[in-house]
Design a protein around this ligand. Sequence first.
Ligand SMILES: *Cc1c(COP(=O)(O)O)cnc(C)c1O
Ligand code: SF4
Length: 330
Amino acid sequence: MVPQQPDLWQGPQGKPGGRIFTRVGDLLDFIGLTPDQIPDLDPCPLTFGLKVPSAFAERMRQDPKDPLLRQVLPLGSERQIVAGYSQDPVADRRAERIPGLLVKYAGRALLIVTGACAIHCRYCFRRHLKYPPLWPNLEAIFAVLAADMSLSEVILSGGDPLMLPDDRLAELIARLEQITHLKRLRIHSRLPVVWPERLNDRLAEILLGSRLTAILVIQANHPHELSESVGQALSEWRSLGLTLLNQSVLLRGVNDRVETLAELSERLFACGILPYYLHALDPVAGSAHFAVEETQARCLLSELRARLPGYLVPRWVREQAGASAKQPLG
Ligand SMILES: *Cc1c(COP(=O)(O)O)cnc(C)c1O
Ligand code: SF4
């Protein structure tokens, strides 16, 4: 998202970083489609432009309804104003202790380490939020974390925290380790799926070498996202002993069939990852076309429970502004 920092991770070292599509026409060209095949296409969105690395686009099929394409393709309907859909649906602004530090839930503090992401997901609840760079506030943030003995876990989020280069992450983690009441470090990132080369050896060393127990929470919504190379990179990390979890968002036209959700869970497990949350869509302005009716979602979840072992059924939750935890549904 918007405020790019000068020192963002630029792709795997020693290899070409790959191509990043920022124009709708180029992306469609790449997968062999033409704009007239996509109803309601918005080739020039007013805000939150297209951003898709070729590593992700390679997993799309030549299909106007491809579930990966749908997650990133701007549509005209995003410009409609829909009642109940707002700019900050989960009230992140209210949970901000100081800019860059959110505390909503007991024991856990969330750091917005960068506003940037490797991909722009149209359903993202942060699509309208602009983040000031965290680094100028860092000392103040460490002071708040050190003073609050109730905290045991820090979550690095964003944007995408793995957009930071390894050295910056190492510095940040080293500072967090000095805060003795912290026990766990969680990283919420879509990069392992979007660009699996990000899971390099140095990053694994940093996380495994930390006094804090590291948990990596990735985000995949459809089994096609978990390509061979994503599977390899994540299985390798799993075999190093890192805890890997996945969160998804329930999205109309992407993963709103029981077969898709079941296949996603199976594929995750094969890659060494357990399903964690299946989030109800946050009602963020511009995302209404992704909404799944609650009655349909309830059916999907009960069918999923009937098909899969309990540990492969994600917890279906909704984020409710002001609540003390993500609210279980169903
Ligand atoms: C989602 C979220 C968390 C983590 O919640 P868990 O239920 O522990 O996964 C923490 N802080 C904020 C601000 C969040 O939005
Ligand atoms: S869902 Fe994650 S990766 Fe996608 S735009 Fe939002 S913060 Fe970035």
